[in-house]
Design a protein around this ligand. Structure first.
Ligand SMILES: [Zn+2]
Length: 476
């Protein structure tokens, strides 16, 4: 089977197929700030929440404030010393931790800010409690937009992510579910989640992302898992400018095939909003509906589902899209006219629930997509005998998932996010050898190391100053 471009059909819902939806929100989350000018703004979660409530979705679903994740819970995936560091470090005592800052990769992309640990606890608590409710059959769908922080590693922050709430949620799901599918539609590769489950067949990870001179530099077509996990990692490397029809024509057949062959008993969908058209850090051309189609499609398989947030750096578009998607999860197609809400002014001049595509070039040719799809399908056919394990099996410590060792040749090949790989990529500064080639290598090192493009602050400076001013005005 190869790529076949299908038209983008209007989204539909089936009001007779009602799901019990548990929505997790902690009103503190919008108060945390990565720092002035930083593209990641937890405030967008509060904006989405205000829209969701003002559309009346609270009547359709149960709203919860999760218990924040404890250090002990976090250490089911992360190392004690890393979590200990997150719990202790503050902007005031930062200079006491200069060694740790390097070791745990905090700094530019992942700054230490006030309340960092509490912010992580909220994000992790929502995903863990969501998973626990799904496990107990208390809901069919759990939503946590404070989660989705897919780049965080076992003992390292990365790409604005410190705590991997998704891995913690999946570990919880594995207590009851023999096979869990993880689907990631963020514009960036879901490297932290893939790495955590790279060597197990109990979790299949499937990431659709921009690949090629883009953060985090991993997620090649040929990265398919290792050991027992071979063929249980799926990577769909895409090029700039993918539109709704093209995305749908790749996403639906790949997910359908995975559902048929792997037969997961639960699914986690990471809904990063940086794959939307006009995102500050992204390069795709999805409309709100093109993005939401993925949510609707995964939901149509009727298996217990966890929906988490992720990236998304044009706040008004992220909040629009997560609101529309919350509607779909409750079988409602929300009307286009925005209701009045706490952040109404942000949505001008049109005040509509929509994110429109642009006229940017779609660099994904049918030939290229055919090539990647036929490779993916042939790999999936090796997973025919989906692993079955005794139900109620409680997974042992993460150690026993056989994480691929850091700092080995193997790790270098399959886990571009490892320290080993980075040590081998980063080119030292040397003004005497500043040739064009070296600059090129430096650029490569930069995008693999940083999710923020080099010229971001330059390009966004004026816009950001304006936005900050508007935000401050609103606070008055
Ligand atoms: Zn992202």
């Amino acid at each position: 089977m190869t790529f076949e471009l299908k038209p983008f059909d209007p989204l539909t819902v089936d009001p007779t197929n009602k799901k019990r939806v548990a929505y997790f929100y902690d009103s503190d989350v919008g108060n945390y700030a990565y720092g002035a000018g930083h593209p990641m703004k937890p405030h967008r979660i509060r904006m989405a929440h205000s829209l969701i409530m003002n559309y009346g979705l609270y009547k359709k679903m149960e709203i919860y404030r999760a218990k924040p994740a404890t250090k002990q819970e976090m250490c089911q995936f992360h190392t004690d010393e890393y979590i200990d560091f997150l719990a202790r470090v503050t902007p005031d005592n930062l200079d006491m931790f200069s060694k740790e800052q390097v070791k745990f990769n905090v700094g530019d992309d992942c700054p230490v800010f006030d309340g960092l640990f509490e912010y992580c606890s909220i994000s992790g608590g929502g995903s863990m409690e969501g998973a626990a409710r799904l496990n107990r059959g208390k809901c069919d769908i759990a939503i946590n937009y404070a989660g989705g922080l897919h780049h965080a590693k076992k003992s390292e922050a990365s790409g604005f992510c410190y705590l991997n709430d998704i891995v913690l949620g999946i570990i919880e799901l594995l207590r009851y579910h023999p096979r869990v599918l993880y689907v990631d539609i963020d514009v960036h590769h879901g490297d932290g989640v893939e790495e955590a489950f790279y060597t197990t067949d109990r979790v299949m990870t499937c990431s659709f992302h921009k690949y090629g001179e883009f953060f985090p530099g991993t997620g090649e077509l040929r990265d398919i898992g290792a050991g027992k996990g071979k063929n249980y990692a799926v990577n769909v490397p895409l090029r700039d400018g993918i539109d709704d029809a093209t995305y749908r024509s790749v996403f639906e057949p790949v997910i359908k095939k995975i559902m048929e062959w792997y037969q997961p008993s639960a699914v986690v969908l990471q809904c990063g909003g940086d794959s939307l058209s006009g995102d500050r850090l992204g390069c795709f051309n999805l409309s709100m509906k093109g993005h939401a189609n993925c949510v609707n499609y995964v939901k149509s398989f009727n298996i217990p589902m966890m929906v988490v947030g992720g990236g998304g750096y044009t706040m008004r578009n992220v909040s629009r899209t997560w609101t529309f998607e919350s509607g779909l999860l409750n079988n409602v197609l929300l009307e286009a006219e925005l209701p009045y809400n706490d952040y109404y002014e942000y949505y001008g001049p049109d005040y509509q629930l929509d994110v429109r595509p642009s006229n940017m070039h779609n660099a994904n040719s049918p030939e290229y997509l055919s090539k990647i799809m036929s490779q993916i399908f042939s790999n999936l056919e090796n997973t025919k005998f989906a692993p079955s394990v005794q139900l109620n099996y409680v997974p042992p410590d993460m150690e026993e998932y056989g994480d691929v060792e850091e700092d080995t040749e193997k790790a270098k090949d399959t886990k571009g996010g490892s320290q080993y790989a980075r040590d081998n990529i980063i080119v030292g500064d040397n003004e005497f050898y500043d040739t064009d080639d070296l600059n090129k290598e430096k650029d490569v090192a930069h995008y693999k190391k940083s999710i923020i493009p080099k010229d971001y602050y330059e390009k966004e400076g004026a816009k950001m100053a304006e936005e900050l001013e508007n935000e401050l005005k609103k606070e008055d």
